[in-house]
Each structure stands twice: as C-alpha cells, then as structure tokens.
Design a protein around this ligand. Structure first.
Ligand SMILES: Cc1cc2nc3c(=O)[nH]c(=O)nc-3n(C[C@H](O)[C@H](O)[C@H](O)COP(=O)(O)OP(=O)(O)OC[C@H]3O[C@@H](n4cnc5c(N)ncnc54)[C@H](O)[C@@H]3O)c2cc1C
Length: 399
C-alpha cells in the first residue's frame, strides 16, 4: 500500500499552503479559536473576524480554490477528491475559514443525486460563494430518528406549502437558503414520503429565532414555517425520495472533520508543555503528561488514515458511508480526548477563557472542553455512528 502523496499532489499542497499564508490576515492564528472537531463555535467572535472570513472566502473563489474537485462546468477545477481532501486538511490546519455547509454538503449531494435543473439552479452559485445554506432536518421530536419528522409540504400547483418547525439549525441566521426535509405524502411509507426542498429564508412565513449554545455563541436557531410557499422547482431530485438523499447528504456531512485542526491543537499543547515549568520541572518531563500526549499523537495518526481513506474511496467513485461514520466517530471522540487532556495539563490555568490576557493556548481549552460535547451529537450521535458501523458495515442485526 502506498501512503505517500504523488508529485502532483505535493505540488498542489505547496501552492495551496502559499496561498493560505498570503491570503489570511497575519494575526489570524491568534484570533481563530475554534476547537478541533467542534461544532459549537461556528459563528465568528467579532464583526472584524466575520469580515476577514468573507474577504478570505472571496479570494478563494477568485483564485479557484473554493471547490477544487467540482466539475469545471459547475465552477470547480475538476481536480481529484484527494486534492480536495488536501485542501480541507491544510485549510483546517491553519484554521482558515474555508468550509461552508453548502460547499461541503449540498453541492456534492446535488451533483450526485440532483436533476439537471437542480444542478443549474444551485451548484454554480454555491461554487461562487453566493449561496449559503442551513440544514433543516431536526425537529423537537425528530433528531436521531429523522423518519419521524412532522413538517409537511403540500403541493398546490407550481408550489409547495410548508408548515412546521425545525430546531438546532446551525447558521440559519447567517445563510440565505434552507435545505429542508418535509413530509410530502402523509399516507406513505415513513422512508418514502419525505422530500428535500430548498427554501429562501426571505419567503413570507419563515421565522428564525436564535438559540444560544453552551459556549455562549449564537450558532443554533429554531426555524418556524407558517404557510411558506416554495416554488416546486426547488424540489431536490424526485418527490418522496428525500430520505435516501438525506443519507447521502449525511455521508458528506460526516466527512467535515477539520482534520488538520487536530494536528494543530496537539502541536499547541506540546508547545505549552515544552515552555511551561511546574514545581520547578518542565511539564514536558512529567511521565503522565508525556503518556497522554503520546496517546493523542497516535490517535491523530489513526484519524488521518481514516481521512485519506475516505478521499481514496471518493476517487474510486464510491460515496463513503460506513467510512464517513467511522471517521466522524473517531474524530469527535478524539476531540473530547484532546479537550480533557488539555484541561488536565493546564491545571488551574484551564479556567482562563478568552479574552483573558495570558490565557494559555489563547483560552481555547475551556472553550473546547464545552464544545466537544456537541461534536459527538451533531450530524448524528456517537451511538448512531456505532449502529451504522455495526449494521451497514459489519452486517450485524439491527435489533
Ligand atoms: C452542534 C450541533 C449542531 C447541529 N446542527 C444541526 C443543523 O444544522 N441542522 C439540524 O437539522 N440539526 C442539527 N443538529 C441536531 C442534531 O442532528 C441532533 O441533535 C442529533 O441528530 C441527535 O438528535 P436528538 O438531539 O433529537 O437526540 P435523540 O435522537 O433524542 O437522542 C437522545 C439520546 O438517545 C440516543 N439514541 C437515540 N436513538 C438511538 C438508537 N437508535 N440507538 C442508540 N442510541 C440512540 C442518542 O445517541 C442520544 O444519546 C445539531 C446538533 C448539534 C449538537
């Protein structure tokens, strides 16, 4: 087995790295505080950060870095999925604001299962960074069990009339469209009676209300639909097939793991123990600290192997399914491990959260400690990932 990049991939990586370094604001590393694998701090800390992220995104779009593996006719560069994976790895290592929900999930899903009309309507706009979407799956009584959703979409002529409620809708307030799953056949089989519709946030009857997360950030929302009229053209794929499309979209969602951020987080922690003395001795000489860091380093390597494997599968024309679940499980559990170790190693200093002056690791550790809880819930809980690996991967009975 070959575990090395090709010459072409190495050249791509070097060119990309030069771009990232030149395009990011020089003090970005001190300002970016998102936790590896974390989901909770998706919104920016300040208006300045938001504007800088927007400028960076525009540079990526203008210089052709945004959707490198997409076909050229839909605004991509037609490169391989491995090159796309290298792009996500490097941007997440530098904590660059590269990912958005639409490019990572909706674009690839529409390219896979959408009609020609869907592709024309949505993919070029996503590739240009003009269309940002939020995911409208979860409802108060439907999280893991998405087949029990109650939001309805009733066809009336050239429109669907949408009624219901979504919850935990990340960044709905900062996007322009929702990717919403709704029941289109009240009498149908629970898996063959739902459809995916793209809903413009500005349509009359859409109400978005903030939910503040455990870190104190406005990242989630509740969204209400009251007789919202959606053009039938905004139906993705075929009516009543939404559940199957959702599975594909979730497979893509579970690939968003910000893998490079783990390496960066571990390096920050290693730098801290090298530079800090406790009880007159360097922390890095403490056998307990060394054992913990060595264990995390080994897990980071394992996570990387899972990551490159999924990219290889995509290049072979497969959508990673069990593999996406395994990658998501391994990385979000690692997110917890890294946060727990950071809190333990920082000791009493772990209570210093940003913007406290002198907080070790930019005050990221306590923030990560809170954020890593949600990492194992969003995009399907760890229990659900284990179920998928057991049933779809190992062929074990579901009950
Ligand atoms: C940070 C974050 C961001 C999110 N963003 C979005 C978003 O943008 N859009 C969106 O639609 N949703 C979003 N969600 C919601 C997320 O998808 C759900 O919270 C998740 O799927 C779990 O559903 P639930 O909260 O209803 O928990 P439940 O499904 O009620 O589960 C409760 C507990 O029971 C366990 N459980 C449930 N079923 C099983 C089973 N079959 N076997 C074993 N254990 C089981 C679960 O693992 C969990 O521990 C987000 C959540 C988080 C934390």
């Amino acid at each position: 087995m070959e575990f090395q990049f090709t010459e072409k991939e190495l050249a791509f990586r070097a060119e990309l790295e030069a771009f990232i370094k030149s395009a990011l604001p020089p003090d970005w590393q001190e300002r970016a505080r998102s936790w590896p694998g974390g989901y909770g701090a998706m919104e920016y800390d300040s208006e300045q950060d938001r504007q800088d992220a927007e400028i960076f995104k525009q540079k990526m779009v203008d210089e052709g870095w945004f959707t490198v593996s997409w076909p050229k006719e839909y605004g991509g560069r037609g490169l391989s999925n491995m090159e796309q994976a290298i792009y996500f790895e490097r941007t997440s290592y530098y904590r660059a604001p590269s990912l958005n929900i639409a490019t990572a999930i909706m674009g690839p899903t529409i390219l896979q299962i959408g009609t020609e009309e869907n592709k024309e309507d949505w993919v070029p706009g996503i590739a240009r960074g003009e269309i940002e979407m939020w995911l409208g799956y979860s409802e108060p009584d439907a999280g893991s069990d998405l087949a029990s959703i109650r939001t309805t979409a009733v066809r009336e002529g050239d429109e669907y009339v949408l009624n219901g409620q979504k919850i935990w809708s990340s960044l709905a307030h900062a996007s322009n469209y929702g990717w919403v799953i709704a029941r289109t056949d009240p009498d149908g089989h629970r898996h063959r009676s739902v459809s995916i519709l793209v809903v413009d946030n500005n349509t009359p009857g859409v109400a978005i209300r903030p939910l503040i997360n455990i870190i104190g950030v406005h990242s989630f929302n509740e969204v209400f639909f009251d007789n919202v009229r959606v053009p039938a053209r905004n139906l993705i794929g075929q009516e009543n097939m939404g559940f199957y499309y959702l599975m594909t979209a979730l497979d893509f969602e579970r690939l968003i793991v910000n893998i490079g951020a783990f390496k960066h987080g571990l390096e920050m922690l290693c730098d801290y123990v090298k530079q800090t003395e406790r009880g007159g001795k360097p922390l890095g000489k403490d056998p307990h600290v060394r054992r913990k860091l060595a264990e995390i380093a080994a897990r980071v390597e394992i996570a990387y192997l899972f990551y490159w494997r999924t990219a290889t599968l995509l290049d072979r024309g497969k959508i990673p399914s069990v593999e996406s679940s395994a990658l998501k499980l391994v990385t979000t559990e690692l997110s917890r491990m890294l946060a727990n170790a950071s809190m333990e190693i920082l000791g009493p200093y772990s209570l210093l959260m940003d913007p406290t002056q002198g907080a070790p690791m930019n005050g990221m550790a306590p923030r990560g400690y809170l954020d890593c809880i949600s990492a194992t819930i969003g995009a399907g809980t760890s229990e659900i990932q284990r179920n998928i690996i057991a049933t779809r991967g190992l062929g074990l009975p579901s009950k």
